[in-house]
Every structure is written in C-alpha cells, then in structure tokens.
Design a protein. Structure first.
Lengths: 307, 327
C-alpha cells in the first residue's frame, strides 16, 4: 500500500482519484457492473429530462380513462384518464432523489458512528456497538411505519429522515469492523508516532482506505432507501399527490388496476423501482468482486488489482 | 453459557429500547400526537375508552413523565396495552394474538425454506464457481432481492389469480369458513398461502445466497479443505462437512439482521394479499389512526424477531464449539 510512504495532503486526492479510475475500469471489465451501469443510466436520463421524453403535465386528466395501450398512450391510461407512460417517466426523479440523498446521508451517519466506535474503542465502542446492534435488530419497516404515521407530513424530507434513522446500522457495523482491522496496521502506527491528531488520522489515513467499503455501503443504503420509500408511498404514507413510482402504485392499488384490466398502471412503476433497485444491487454485487479479489472468477486472477 | 447470557442481555436491552421508542415517540413528534389524540376523542368516547387510551400511551396527566414511563414499562411487561380503537371494545393484546399465528406461520416457514434453499444454492455456486449454475442463479436472485416484495406479489396475483385463475387473490382462507382443524380447511389455508409464501421466498433468498457463496469461497481456500482433498475424501463430504459446515456460521449470525428485512417485506406482502397477519393489521391500524394497536404491533413484531434470534443463537452454540468455551 503506497499510502504509507506519501505525505498527507498530496496523497488524498490521488487516492480518491485512483479509486475512481479503478472503479471505472472495473465496471467496464465486469459484465454485471456494465448491466447495472446501463440500467442506472436509463433511470438517470428519465429523472433528468422527463419534460423532453414525455412533455406536458403527467397528472393532466386528458384522455379516455382505463384504456389499454394505444398509439397516443403507449402504455394506456389510468382510471382518471392520465397517461401511464408520462406518469412513469416523471416518477423516476422522486425515487432517484430519495435513493441518492438517503443513501449518502445514511453512509455519512454509518461512517461517523462506525469509525468512532472502531477508533475510540473501550467504553465508547461498547456503547456505540450496542446501539448499532439494537437498531440492526429492531425490524425497520414497522418502525418506519410508526414514525411516518406519527409525523404525517408525507413529504420527501420526512421520508428521507426516517430512512436515514433506520438505515444506518448495517453500514456502521461493517465500517467498524474495517476500522478494527486497520487499527494496528503500520501506517496508522506511523501516523500516531508522527504526532498526528486523531481527527486528521481518521480523515486522511483511515477513510481513504475504506473508499471501496464506503461505496458498497452507499449502494446498499440506496437500495434500502428505494424499496422502503416505495413501500411507504405504496401504503399511502407518502405525499399522495407527488409524482413518484410508489404513489403511482398507491393509486393503482386503490383503483384495483389489476382487476380493472389496466395492469400496466401497477406493473410499470414497480418495474421502475425494480430496475433502479436492481441496478444498484448489480453494481454492489460487482463491486464486491472488484474490491475483494478472492471473490473474483478464477480466470481474472492474473489481473488482480487492488482498488 | 457466557455467550447465551450475553445474548439474553442483548435481548432485554433491545426490547427495552423498543418500548422506550414506543413511549417517547408520540410525545416527541411535532404536535404531540398522543395528546392530540386524547383531545380529539375527549367527549366522544366513553370514560372507559379514554382510560384505555391512557393505558396504551401511558399518559396520566397527574403523574410526572418518569412515573408515566415506568408505569408504561410495567404495563407492557404484563401485557396490558389497553383497548383497540378499531376493534373496540376488544383489548389490543387479544386482537394482536389473533393475527400473530398467521404471520408466524407465513414468515417462519418461508424464512426456513429461503434459508435452506439459499444456503444450498450459495454452497453449490461457490463449489462450481464460474460454471453455468454459478453464473445464472446467484446473480438472478440477487437482482430479484432488489425488487419490491409487494410488486412481485402484485405480478403473482395478476398471473396466477386473475389471468390463470389457479389460486385465490388473497386472504388467509376462504371467507366465511369456520376455522377448524380439518384437512379441508388446512388445504384451503395452504392454497391461500402459496402465492404470498413464494413471493417472500423469491425475494429473500438472494441475501442468503450472497453471504453463503462468499463465505464458502473463502473457506474453500483454507488449508484443511486442501488437506481433505489430498486425503481423497468424496467431494460431497468435503462440500458439506468440511467447507459447508464452517461457511454456514456467519450466515447464522447474520440471521438476526435478515429477519428484520424479511419481516419488513412480509408486512407489505400481507397488505397486497390481504393476509390476516400482523402486517396487514398494522396497516389497518395506521389507516384508522388506531395508534395503540399500531404501537403494540410494533412491539410484538420486535419481540417475535428477538425470540427467533435467541433460537438461532442456541443453534449456533450447538454448531460452533467456540461459543461454548467458558472465557
């Protein structure tokens, strides 16, 4: 690990950059990662420019209600006469925002608690680990329901807050384990002997060495956020007037779309959630192989490169 | 034994944490929903119902917060959760105990099936690494695990109930039938459980496969596995007794975490299938703003998960001699 030899400020960016370029190369050389990246790209495009793909107000009730697919409405219409394709395209943005923001915030919270527990050790570690385990074991979704039912706002802010509060523990546990395994490596002892402050050791020595785990954590937390948010919106605890895939499912379920002969109303938003969640999961699975050379298929053994 | 004692301690701490969350949540949320509820129902409900709500939230305006908190803990431990507003005048505990067996049956059976199947697939995948089995099944189920549980349920209803008409669309048994222990009724229950159960198995199996496969790959690199090969032991003996037995241990300790995820998904599956378990009931409680019932269900779900984890811990002690060592 060349990180030992280099000095603080010069080292940090190259470490991050190196990890990024390694990640880029790894994605290109891994079929699962390629598929994941491709699916993610589709979702990003829909989230970024829905007004180009499906111009107009997706909630406008302009069409014959409850139709199957036609030339005008590729995927048919809802019981309210809205275009299902437009609703589908516009719904991407909400899931994407929740996935990225809740994923990032959970990762940050996991990192703070996990690294603090692993680095401080002793009593602090005992308490923080106990707290992590408790949050890990309490079933998240019932707790999410209780929280959402009491707060009642249903907005994205509330959903993200609830997701972060219930979604950090898994990552914190993994990061703590990683810190413990790093703790007695020579480069950390060297940093301590140089008289570096704890804060600096954590941000400049420990965190750069956990980038792959942090990325994996982010991907996992995002999948959790996508699925849980969709579940909340589906049961009507989100903002039922928002454009989102979960809300679309809520209205489809309330109008018995399956029985009413317009199953695409329920299938499309679920497919969107599945594609977005699946793309993160595929990237995560591939990333596991990339960051842990042992798991890689034997034929790639010779090119084994540490990220 | 120390191990079991430590796990028991954890059990109690977690249960206490869940109760504490339950007690403080309605008080800390903006607008204090507990008090708002009381105010809303004041004058509209009988004194008895108000007392029931006081018991459920542990609100007693004459006492200090600390005294209320301990009274609430005492009530919870002795199973006094007040009365349900939705199913008034039935007590909350009675309503919950009626729904619990359905969920325990559904989630219990599916979790065991998913655990066994997932562990086997992960084991065989790692054993035949790079082969067609390994490059097909593990990735497939890992993608499926990122699909929304409830959506798979909806698709299953669409295909097998509405289009093909093979299986019922929902509920735990044919409506109006008396609950009896006859073959006829049991068969009816099984038919109703097939779709929800398959949904849960399909979506929860990926996690087991992934951890088992990864553990197994690590273990297969160990010297004792090479030794077993050199001794000329049969492949199945090496796979199950040498590598499998050791690789499965982390899967067991991961059980607790996974169970929380499975239970979370099962709630939505029950909702989609109108399955009469605690998940469906919890959502009914939310819709009816029956907060006492909702909170008690949360507590019972947590308790059920914790008990399952204790059982798994006991199995781990049997499988892993290291946990039996007295330190």
């Amino acid at each position: 690990m060349s990180a030992v030899l280099q000095e603080g400020p010069v080292k940090r960016r190259p470490a991050a950059l190196r990890a990024l370029s390694a990640l880029g190369r790894a994605i290109l050389s891994n079929r699962k990662a390629m598929l994941g990246a491709f699916l993610l790209l589709i979702c990003i495009i829909m989230a970024a420019i829905p007004n180009v793909i499906a111009p107009g107000d997706p909630n406008a009730e302009n069409f014959m209600p409850g139709q199957g697919p036609t030339g005008d409405n590729w995927l048919g219409t809802t019981s309210y006469g809205q275009d299902i394709f437009a609703q589908f395209v516009w719904g991407a943005r909400n899931s994407m925002i929740i996935a990225v923001v809740a994923g990032l915030l959970s990762t940050v919270l996991s990192a703070i608690i996990g690294v603090a527990a692993g680095y401080l050790g002793g009593m602090a570690d005992g308490l923080l680990s106990m707290m992590t385990d408790v949050f890990l074991v309490i079933p998240a979704f019932p707790l999410v329901i209780v929280l959402a039912a009491y707060s009642k706002s249903g907005g994205n802010g509330m959903i993200i807050a609830v997701l972060v509060l219930t979604g950090w523990s898994y990552g914190a546990r993994q990061l703590r384990a990683q810190v413990l395994s790093l703790r007695h490596r020579e480069f950390l002892t060297a940093a301590r002997l140089r008289g570096e402050r704890s804060w600096r050791i954590i941000t400049h020595e420990i965190l750069p060495n956990m980038i792959s785990l942090l990325v994996a954590n982010f991907l996992g937390a995002s999948v959790y956020a996508i699925l849980t948010a969709a579940g909340l919106q589906f049961i009507g605890l989100g903002d039922i007037n928002a454009n989102s895939w979960g809300t679309m499912l809520y209205w489809a379920q309330n109008n018995e779309a399956l029985q009413a002969g317009i199953p695409l109303w329920a299938i499309m938003p679920g497919l969107g959630i599945a594609v977005l969640g699946g793309s993160f999961a595929l990237l995560n699975y591939a990333f596991d192989e990339i960051s842990n050379p042992v798991l890689r298929a034997p034929r790639r053994k010779k090119r084994g490169k540490r990220s | 034994m120390r191990y079991i004692l430590r796990r028991l301690g954890f059990f109690i701490v977690t249960l206490w944490a869940a109760m504490t969350v339950n007690f403080f949540l309605p008080r800390l949320m903006p607008g204090n929903p507990a008090m708002a509820m009381m105010a809303r129902f004041h004058g509209r409900l009988s004194g008895q119902a108000l007392n029931a709500m006081e018991a459920a939230f542990g609100i007693n305006t004459h006492q200090s917060l600390i005294a209320q908190y301990f009274a609430y803990l005492g009530n919870s431990v002795t199973g006094q959760f007040g009365r349900s507003l939705t199913f008034f005048p039935q007590s909350v505990s009675h309503v919950v105990l009626e729904a619990l067996p359905w969920t325990l049956g559904l989630v219990g059976v599916t979790t065991i099936i998913a655990f066994i199947l997932g562990t086997l697939i992960g084991m065989i995948g790692a054993w035949t690494r790079g082969g067609w089995f390994d490059s097909l099944l593990p990735p497939l189920f890992i993608i499926l695990s990122a699909f929304p549980y409830f959506w798979i349920g909806l698709v299953a209803i669409l295909i097998f109930s509405i289009s093909l008409g093979w299986l019922p669309t929902g509920f735990g048994y044919t409506n109006g039938q008396p609950i009896t222990l006859t073959w006829h009724f049991i068969w009816d229950v099984i038919q109703h459980a097939i779709l929800p159960a398959t949904t849960i198995v399909i979506t929860s199996i990926g996690g087991w496969i992934l951890t088992m496969r990864n553990n197994m790959i690590m273990v297969l690199n160990e010297d004792y596995v090479r030794m077993a090969r050199a001794k000329g032991l049969s492949p199945s003996r090496i796979m199950f007794d040498y590598a499998g037995r050791n690789a499965i241990l982390p899967n067991f300790s991961g059980f607790g975490m996974s169970l929380g995820f499975v239970v979370s998904g099962a709630i939505l599956v029950e909702y989609v299938f109108s399955y009469p378990g605690v998940g469906y009931m919890m959502l009914q409680a939310v819709l009816n703003e029956d907060f006492p019932l909702m909170q008690t269900l949360f507590l019972f779900i947590t308790l059920a998960v914790l008990i399952a984890i204790l059982i798994v811990d006991a199995v781990t002690v049997l499988l892993d001699p290291r946990t039996r060592r007295t330190a």
